[in-house]
Design a protein. Structure first.
Length: 408
């Protein structure tokens, strides 16, 4: 029987207030929710298997679109309104809106459709169940997270007469693994309308910590142009781009500051044509990770300020910081506290972690919207042949997501 309606407790704040810490509202018996998900475990496993078996490499639009349409169909069956943000070069980004019983801003469930594995990987890296784990390309990052979203919505509807307790928006983008260039603005504009963002990226470590801080990421290319010459006939007329680049690389390496969790990694170098030619061109690409926004600005300034050691060589620096760090703001900490309270009621201690990798959670956190990342599966081997998720952990992770949707 529906509970008696109570008089409005509070007038809502005009500003999007940070999530207050304290006990979760309303007081719900989360343990029955956990039991519910425990009985759904085989279905969750089956959903993950189905999603893994639709390969979806970021660079293959039709493959990603196939997964997107399958999911749109499933979300519509759950009462959602699905629509695609069309993009020419990547898969279309899938947005699904659900109305809720309670009048509130939606919670955004954020994830991505794409994986890093080229089409055909399944033939050598089969989706299989062994040793209590489900293995396969993208199982951990992050098809299990998508499965949680489906099953959390399904379970909440079953508890609330085929409705959701509050409005929910699901956004699954197609290009997260390659920097989110085509989805970034969409993610930001959708997130701005939401109360909080729950990111279903993989959890961290064997204990499945959620991520309350992520480093920001930047990418740069540094290109040196020197002057070619025959190394035997007129060596002294040449200006070696490789010698110049080597000196620059050393300068760049000095910008790393481990105490501030600021790193610069020159990941690739290329240059020259053959051994008997003084090289006229050389370049390097680098990955920059920042824990603090202002370090990003500082590093950017220093990289652009690099000057050639050999005045006859020319330097060109391209790139920039493309994802700001997700910092552990009070709003993020408040959201973590809510999740930890729920996990406690479900019988486990939910830890938090600060990690080096960036995700789309960085984008939404940078807008000041309370964001909690790492709500996906517990597992290991993201982006490797060992990618897998722990099956026994699936029910409580899905229950945590459902309880957060309801309890925020
Ligand atoms: Zn991911």
């Amino acid at each position: 029987m529906p509970r008696k309606k109570t008089i409005k407790k509070k007038t809502p704040n005009k500003k999007p207030a940070p999530i207050p810490s304290g006990p979760v509202r309303p007081a719900v018996d989360w343990s029955s929710l956990l039991r519910d998900f425990e009985s759904r475990q085989p279905e969750i496993v089956e959903t993950i298997r189905q999603l893994v078996e639709i390969e979806s490499p970021s660079d293959n639009k039709s493959a990603v679109d196939r997964l997107g349409s399958m999911l749109a169909g499933r979300f519509e069956k759950l009462g959602g309104h699905a629509m695609f943000h069309r993009v020419p070069n990547f898969g279309d980004h899938l947005q699904v809106d659900f109305a809720g019983k309670r009048d509130a801003k939606p919670v955004l469930l954020l994830g991505h459709l794409d994986t890093v594995y080229p089409l055909g990987t399944l033939s050598t890296m089969r989706c299989r169940i062994a040793d209590g784990k489900l293995w396969g390309p993208g199982a951990f990052d992050m098809k299990s997270g998508i499965a949680f979203v489906l099953h959390a919505i399904e379970a909440l509807r079953a508890r609330h007469e085929d409705k959701l307790p509050r409005p929910v928006t699901v956004l699954l983008v197609s290009d997260e693994e390659v920097g989110s260039d085509s989805s970034r603005r969409i993610t930001e504009s959708v997130a701005r309308r939401c109360q909080a963002v729950l990111v279903v990226e993989p959890a961290y470590g064997a204990k499945g910590a959620v991520k309350t801080a992520r480093k920001g990421v930047g990418e740069y290319t540094i290109k040196v142009t020197g002057k070619a010459a025959h190394s035997g006939l007129d060596f002294e007329k040449g200006e070696s781009a490789i010698v110049e680049l080597a000196q620059q690389v050393e300068q760049i390496a000095k910008l790393t500051n481990l105490k501030r969790r600021l790193t610069l990694n020159v990941g690739t170098v290329q240059g020259g044509t053959r051994t008997n030619v003084v090289p006229a061109e050389a370049w390097a690409t680098l990955d920059v990770r920042i824990a603090h926004l202002k370090d990003g600005k500082e590093v950017d300034r220093k990289l652009r300020g690099l000057r050639p050691f050999n005045r006859k060589c020319k330097l060109e620096i391209r790139g920039g910081i493309n994802r700001a760090p997700m910092e552990r703001t009070p709003a993020v900490a408040g959201l973590y506290q809510k999740a930890a309270d729920i996990a406690h009621q479900l019988g486990w201690k939910l830890e938090e972690a600060a990690v080096g990798g960036g995700s789309d959670g960085n984008l939404t956190a940078a807008l000041g919207i309370p964001t909690l990342d790492g709500l996906g599966a517990v597992g290991e081997g993201a982006h490797t042949a060992n990618e897998s998720v722990v099956i026994s952990e699936l029910p409580r992770r899905a229950a945590l997501l459902a309880a957060l949707i309801e309890g925020l």
